[in-house]
Design a protein around this ligand. Structure first.
Ligand code: HPA
Ligand code: ZN
Length: 336
């Protein structure tokens, strides 16, 4: 059965979205022009042609280069506003957005410039589009733990705007254990924690994220199926996995979408969710991720209901707000 219209209309939450990964080639060119930054590409088509990745690292190299065009508060505002507008078209009602301050502070862009631009756009998105939000600050794991700690210190004056901290960038060779002290400190300061683990890295990284970083959710986590003890733990505790189907195929975690293990994750009783990761780079926003995964894996109406319900339950919203969204979701499912 084609579930396209159902997927389009049901309310959604997106929990794994790097705001720098929503930088569309058109905006990259426009911002390069506005900020007088020389790009290595001559046209939007040339940019798009470069998006042929063989793994996480080949993507990250291009992604960090693209982020150089973001310099002013207005740039971060425009980037975030464009994402929210696009998300609203997919009926997204709640977003939990990652940002990578180190990508910007390394280039002498102030922390305040980054967070103020993003946060102002999120507030305007909430009042104009009705999309609620949380902000998650990610540490780049290819940099040192002391760099991450310095970034955490820098973030403390903006604590009221940041709900959680996360860990992203090159996974293999940079296990969560390197960041235990940083995450200990973050939790002491009142931040919730999440971490990318088990995207390219082994199941042991997921164990470390759970046991050492005490994460509330695992970002990606798809390699958990290689360790059945880990699967039992994730199922028992209903630890959410923020799965990103199109990203996983673009970065060759799976050769094809048909080979993706999302359906198996659900069959194991795991709290899996669907997200877009870096939609400007991976060929689709959240609606497209749902639709392509549904078609490739023959997901049922019940699977779609479970995945969307999981996302609201896995969010950092209050229990009352989760319930409010889930009531809306259940209504939309019934009237289908
Ligand atoms: N993995 C790790 N780091 C990232 C990703 C990802 O999928 N996207 C942006 N930074
Ligand atoms: Zn990610």
């Amino acid at each position: 059965m084609d579930l396209k219209s159902l997927i389009q209309r049901i309310p959604k939450a997106e929990l794994h979205l790097h705001i720098e990964g929503t930088l569309e080639p058109e905006m990259m060119m426009a911002l390069a022009h506005r900020n007088r930054i020389k790009l290595r590409y001559a046209s939007v088509d040339e940019i798009r042609d470069a998006y042929d990745f063989s793994d996480l690292q080949t993507f990250l190299d291009i992604y960090y280069a693209g982020a150089q065009v973001l310099r002013e508060k207005q740039d971060f505002y425009d980037l975030t506003s464009a994402y929210l507008k696009r998300a609203a078209e997919d009926n997204v009602r709640h977003v939990e957005i990652f940002f990578d301050p180190q990508t910007h502070t390394e280039r002498d862009v102030d922390f305040a410039t980054v967070i103020d631009g993003i946060h102002r756009a999120l507030q305007d998105g909430q009042s104009q589009l009705g999309i609620t939000f949380r902000l998650i600050m990610c540490f780049l794991r290819h940099l040192s733990a002391s760099d991450a700690l310095a970034t955490l210190e820098e973030a403390l004056p903006f604590k009221d705007k940041i709900h959680a901290v996360g860990l992203d960038s090159s996974e293999v060779g940079h296990p969560p254990s390197r960041f235990v002290h940083v995450f200990d400190r973050a939790r002491k300061e009142g931040f919730l924690t999440v971490a990318h683990a088990g995207e390219e890295g082994p199941p042991s990284y997921i164990w470390e994220a759970l046991d050492l970083l005490k994460v509330e959710r695992v970002d990606h986590g798809v390699r958990c199926l290689e360790d059945l003890l880990l699967v039992a733990r994730l199922a028992d505790e209903q630890i959410p996995l923020t799965v990103c189907p199109l990203s996983n195929v673009k970065l060759r975690v799976f050769d094809t979408l048909e080979q993706h293990n999302l359906k198996l994750l659900l069959q194991h009783g795991l709290c899996a969710t669907i997200n877009s990761d870096d939609p400007a780079y991976f060929g689709g926003y959240i609606g497209e991720n749902y639709l392509r995964a549904q078609r490739a894996l023959n997901l049922s109406e019940a699977d779609i209901h479970t995945l969307t319900r999981n996302a609201f339950n896995a969010s950092f919203l209050s229990d009352a707000d989760k319930q409010r969204h889930i009531v809306d979701l259940d209504r939309a499912m019934i009237s289908f």
